[in-house]
Design a protein around this ligand. Sequence first.
Ligand code: AMP
Length: 214
Amino acid sequence: MRIVLLGAPGSGKGTQAKKLMADRNIPQISTGDILRAAVAAGTVFGEQAEKIMEAGELVPDDVMLGIISERLAEDDAAGGFILDGFPRTEKQALDLENLLGGLGQPLDSVVLMDVNFDVLMKRLTGRRTCSLTGKLLNIYFSPQEELDACTDAGGELIQRDDDNEETISNRLEVYHSQTEPLIEFYRGKNKLKVIDAAGSIDEVYDRFVAALGS
Ligand code: AMP
């Protein structure tokens, strides 16, 4: 099963992709996570990417093509994948089509996670990662026991550098101008499924699985 998850920053792509990965045994490929790993590794490329990400801008398409080509060539992607955060521009969508076309592995579904602005802002400003477990949490939505479990075990609730208000507003603007056009792109190819991404993680997951149709 080859899936693209589309949606604004904060729409819950990462959370839903991780759940599906656990259920279906196909990898979540998050280009944001790949870039954050490069930043953490302190490579020259990581330093360049860090500046772009902190500004809420997009890493150039040709760089992203290199990253995604390498990642899709890994063994674990042979049986399918969930792309989370890629493509983000029309050029990236075309590159992906070429790449998958060449492998004879077209996309099965593109799922748009649809959610309103107020929910996005709360999900983004409240988002935290537990430093011990890597679990994604939210100070507004996660059960208090889950937040406490992290801190009681000596962990910290870490906020992403790009989850501050200024960067968030730029990321949403970039989404609107550069990524939203992909909705029509995929609708035109009869691949698009739209789900309501407001509600609890489990509610959204049920809609996600239903949209995938199996
Ligand atoms: P994410 O974790 O998906 O919200 O991505 C975090 C940041 O990484 C984005 O705001 C971009 O700066 C960068 N990024 C992630 N995926 C892409 C992509 N497909 N194209 C360009 N930049 C990306």
